[in-house]
Design a protein around this ligand. Structure first.
Ligand code: BQF
Length: 293
């Protein structure tokens, strides 16, 4: 069994980005600048967005964090987006999800300038991704592709079973892995809450991407020997032995599934850290693209 170490791989990528930034600046270019808008006080969201800001510092990017109250109106948020859309110093920005219920997420994502949409959530960028036209690939699917690539996990001709059909993970992951690309050319089956005979399907998987948000849903009897397992789940489960009062649990019963797996991601320290590294990659890409105009 080989552990797909997202913590180490993301550290490697950040080091590569830091070198590239230094060279980019030495050539007289601007400092890459990522901005993030967060609305409200969701604890997990604040943790995520703080990790993104810290990662910017690590690689020599500038960052701006815009914190808005839970009571912010859709109109106020659209106004903040309009400002960032035309701010020449900001190369890329994100709106941290999820948003409060009174704000229409789709409307917000559609207001982001696609050239600055480093999360790749704007319909224009989702459309380009689906057509295999170069664009910002959203951080989680991009991170999974990068992890499979760096560990030389063969995907061509393999049967990939994707669990979950979210717009952020399941749907793009199934599209990308079926495409003709370096990490791709797979035969993909997408499963979701209405799927019948799920175990029959997962038992045929060479690679399983689990993105359903149910702790330890994938058990050893659902996978075959030599499987590769990518665990995207990160449910917070109460744990009084931890100083923050919880631990992160994936969608995979790691200990039992690992015994049958050739490659497997841990939680924490698997896909999660990769998302941060790939957001930085997209921001550098946005900055370099802009400097060519
Ligand atoms: C780790 C996210 C659901 C909804 C909105 C490292 C992250 C997570 C885990 C992280 C996530 C999940 C992010 C670990 C960003 C991934 O060590 O296992 C990093 O920061 N993530 C987000 O911004 O919004 C989310 C999940």
């Amino acid at each position: 069994m080989i552990l797909l170490d997202g913590r180490k791989t993301s550290a490697d990528i950040k080091e590569e980005i830091a070198l590239e930034v230094r060279e980019f600046k030495n050539n007289g270019n601007k400092t890459p600048h990522l901005a993030a808008i967060i609305v409200g006080n969701n604890g997990a969201s604040i943790t995520y967005v703080n990790a993104k800001v810290k990662a910017c510092e690590r690689v020599g990017f500038e960052s701006t964090l815009i914190r808005l109250s839970e009571k912010t109106t859709e109109e106020d948020l659209l106004n903040e987006i309009a400002i960032l859309n035309v701010d020449n110093d900001v190369d890329g920005f994100i709106v941290q999800l999820p948003l409060p219920k009174h704000i229409d997420e789709q409307k917000i994502l559609m207001a982001i300038n696609p050239d600055k949409d480093v999360d790749g959530f704007h319909p224009t960028n989702v459309g380009k991704m689906a057509l295999n036209i170069p664009t910002f690939i959203s951080a989680t699917p991009f991170g999974i592709l990068e992890l499979l690539d760096r560990y030389n996990v063969e995907t061509s001709g393999k049967h990939v079973v994707v669990l979950g059909r979210s717009h952020i993970v399941g749907s793009p992951m199934s599209i990308l892995l079926s495409q003709k690309r370096k990490v791709g050319n797979a035969t993909v089956t997408m499963c979701h809450s209405r799927t019948k005979n799920l175990k029959e399907i997962t038992l045929q998987a060479d690679i399983i991407i689990a993105a359903i948000g149910i702790p330890e849903f994938i058990k050893a009897d659902m996978v075959k020997e030599h499987v590769t397992v990518i665990d995207v789940g990160i449910t917070r489960v109460a744990d009084s032995s931890k100083k923050n009062g919880f631990r992160l649990v994936g969608d995979v019963a790691f200990d039992e599934v690992a015994k049958k797996a050739d490659f497997i991601t841990p939680v924490p320290g698997g896909v999660g850290p990769m998302t941060i590294a790939m957001l930085l990659k997209n921001t550098l890409l946005a900055c370099k693209r802009k400097s060519q105009n």
